[in-house]
Design a protein around this ligand. Structure first.
Ligand code: 6GU
Length: 312
């Protein structure tokens, strides 16, 4: 599996070199690259954000920078749309319907914008603006025959990322994560790639607000990659744990000694009767789930009911 991450803090992802994730990369099972979004800016200040159209607090990440970066990372050619919504392969892409952008947005394929004289264009982004790259590929086609990527944006306003999503994404060949900061990325970026036929997903990891997508993406990557075949030393430990199969929380775990600091484990666990141990653990999982996550029990009940419905 190939994973590309785009962020203004690529160092955040140094942690992915540790532990099992690092080993998976050493084994060649996984390749993770964190790109610095600012490498795709062309102005002296390397700016990636601007004030929100329509007003309001905070800053929004600029679509031009994001698209140049993501085009390069995914090996895509820039495309714009005419007034009828038809794709136009364009060398001077203007944002449609935004008059204030009419003069300065001819940027998607131009490596130098008018306010910029830093000349600081990196080799990769310069390559993508090369005439030959644009000329010899169909507008919506990738420039290479590498597998189609799935493009994922962390977004606190998106649907929750679940174990089912992790399982599905663990079968993908190429994932690209775009980490927003500030008030997020201009919403036309995911829309644009979806229009190009890229599979685009947005996920939140929980009902709380983080300062940026980096931690959310780290969590998603860890949840996905451990499900890639060959990643875990012991695949059975995946089968038994919480959220796989039925949605119950896992029973508690103990190791030896059977009594520690005056606290004894239930004698069933040391009885050697596997049937009894299984039943004890199953009961405990149900009790804990009912108490801690009643919503999951409801989900289980609904599934059981719809299964019964199908039979009648
Ligand atoms: Cl995906 N992003 C941010 N910024 N905050 C979050 C989140 C994502 N999921 C939960 N909180």
């Amino acid at each position: 599996m190939r994973i590309d991450i785009v962020s203004v803090f690529p160092e955040y992802f140094d942690v992915l070199k540790l532990s099992l994730l690092g080993k998976a990369q050493d084994k060649g099972l996984l390749s993770v690259t964190a790109h610095n979004l600012r490498d795709w800016t062309h102005d002296v200040h390397h700016s990636v954000d601007d004030t929100p159209v329509g007003g309001g607090a905070g800053m929004v990440m600029k679509p031009e920078v994001w698209a140049q970066c993501l085009d390069d990372v995914m090996g895509l050619v820039p495309v714009s749309f005419d007034d009828d919504g038809q794709p136009v392969q364009s060398r001077d892409f203007r944002l449609i319907g935004t008059d204030d952008n009419a003069n300065d947005s001819a940027d998607d394929t131009e490596s130098v914008d008018d306010s910029n004289d830093s000349g600081d264009v990196d080799a990769d982004s310069a390559a993508s603006t090369d005439d030959s790259t644009i000329a010899d590929s169909a507008s919506t086609e990738a420039t290479t025959d590498s597998p189609k990527p799935i493009l994922i944006f962390p977004n606190p306003s998106a649907p929750l990322f679940t174990q089912a999503d992790a399982t599905e994404l663990s079968r993908a060949d190429h994932l690209v994560f775009g980490c927003g900061r500030y008030e997020g990325i201009d919403a036309r970026v995911p829309e644009y790639y979806a229009r190009q036929g890229v599979e685009v997903r947005e996920y939140s990891i929980g009902d709380y607000v983080l300062n940026g997508g980096e931690v959310a993406v780290s969590a998603m990557i860890e949840a996905i990659v451990r499900l890639v075949p060959g990643f875990m030393g012991n695949p059975e430990s995946i089968v038994e744990e919480s959220y796989t199969g039925d949605p119950l929380l896992e029973h508690r775990q103990f190791t030896k000694p059977a009594t520690w600091r005056g606290i004894a484990v239930d004698p069933v666990l040391t009885s050697g009767d596997h049937g009894k141990v299984d039943r004890y653990r199953r009961d405990e999982a149900m009790e804990r789930t009912t108490r801690i996550r009643p919503d999951l029990v409801e989900e289980l009940d609904c599934k059981a009911m719809s299964k019964a419905d199908r039979k009648t």
